[in-house]
Design a protein around this ligand. Sequence first.
Ligand code: H79
Length: 622
Amino acid sequence: MKSISFLLLLLSNTRKTGAVSSGHRKSCGVFLLSWWRASAPFALLSNTRKTGAVSSGHRKGCGVFLLSWWLASALFALCICLRLDAQERPSKETAQQWQSRKYGMFIHFGLFSTLGGVWKGKQYSGNYSEQIQSDAHIPEAEYAALAAQFNPTQWDAEAIVKLAEDAGMKFIVLTAKHHDGFNMFDTKQTDYSIVKQTPYARDVVKSLADACRRHNMAFGVYYSTIDWHFGDIPDQRNDNPISHAHEEFNVAQLRELLANYGPLSEIWFDMGHATALQSKRFADTVHKLQPECMISGRVFNSEGDFGETGDDDIPEYITDEPWESPASIFSETWGYRSWQKRTPLDDKIQEHILRLVKVVSRGGNYLLNIGPKGDGSVVNYEADVLRGTGAWLKKNGEAIYGTSPQPFRKLDFGYATVKGRHLYLFVEHLPADGRLRLPGMKSRIGEAGWMNGGKLSVDGDSVIVGGLPGNEFMPVVDLRFEGELKVQPAFAERADGSGKITLLPEHADKLFNANGEGYYDAPTLRSEKWHVAVERAGVYKVEIAYKRGRFARVVDVQVGKQLIKATLYGNEEDRAIAGPIRLSSSDDVAVSINPGSPVVRGAKLDFEVISVSLLYQGESSK
Ligand code: H79
């Protein structure tokens, strides 16, 4: 993931937002229109019109027939339309609300918590401790028998929500069921649950859902699509296929989770290797009952509403699409590990503040995990890490919540976010000359100052800070700008002597689809985008040099607000021409290559762009 890619479009099909749903409906309409026009009675009508060979009586009968046929087919078309669009996706507002929360608490709590990473006196480190059943090859019956001793009397949902608040977290996601298949909620699908098989006999998911509701804290659940108790073979990769019976079981459990715990902010599907139809069925099951519930990309096959990075992964890209980075306090485990070597607290707090800032500056949400002990209590060290991040957020939260990603590719001092007329600068390293440079900043900078602190002077595109305030970690500068935020992209391409503007892949912002078919699938390239300074107004053609396209395809070339199509053939190496197109002179026109619309979820650029050239044709087209 350490590529030079800067942008990631995590979910290919943007159908999740309101905007895209209408796009989808439109494409559905286009499809229906062409189907209708191509259908027999229409062909008959146009034929008879052409030949004029039918009598008027015949024509009348024919008209009635055609009218009723059209009405029937329109009704049928409507049904198809409604059916295709039956499962709504969360609205744009919901997606934005989800994105604005930025920092949440993940909780890995289950039967595995009772073992704390130890089985029969041996510490297991081959896998995360929540997967000790697999790591230590514990026979199913022996593992299931642990339930008789599982009595988390120290589980205090109210205190956990309070801890999340103190940490500055805005949402909580709890493991309703992990890969071991042990249910932390009351389910009718199996007796293998905390309610039916433990002395505790209470629904932990319910207790937390209720506490979250009391505190206005967004609440979601983690749900593993694989299940060792159901019969999936434990395997380190956890990419088991899902049998038909298991699919039905999962769907029934999802319905319970969506029906019995109030509105869920998200369902955090994890692992397994669902088929495309299974992923769609899981997503549809959720959205049918709660259209506003966001679904993690690990439902796979591009059915998620938000992208999920790999565990503890922070990608190098920037995007304002919904995505999340799930993180554990120590990358070795999510579930409680009694023998975890705990490093100095302040370093750990700083490590997670830095990770939070990186994720948020790239547009994502940071989901930081705690692994309570088998008795339900939170590990003190973990609570202290969270409270430490909370203390920093109390001062600097303004620069985190509800912000957009940084508008600069790279800053030599650290990171940035944007909100309204504020640009927030997170200072990780102080440059030797004491200046925070904002390359390409074109908006006029107004006031600047340390967050809740002293004023700073501004010189052109730099804020002069001199030194850092005290020995504060990651201090933040609050800078106001005037008007719309305008940042000149670092790589605005210009024409050569002949008027040709050449765009190369190494200068492109790359947008990817994440969470394709499964956990182990690399993100796929969805779009490449450049910024062009057009110095000469006039007519241009667009030439795309490409290679390794397997099939002929039409691609969308977006030049500013203009969309043109180019046809690429399945040759090893070739060129395609699109346009002509008229451009007026401007210092920043975005040019991008995208899959031909209408797009389906997961659509990708399955060829390699060698270059894109804008060729000047003259002042007007000949
Ligand atoms: O719930 C947590 C994990 O148990 C679950 N996802 C997070 C949120 C997960 N299940 N499987 N995987 C993640 C796949 C991860 C596999 C690996 Fe590894 C992680 C391979 C290498 C690092 C696990 C740890 C196996 C070896 C070390």
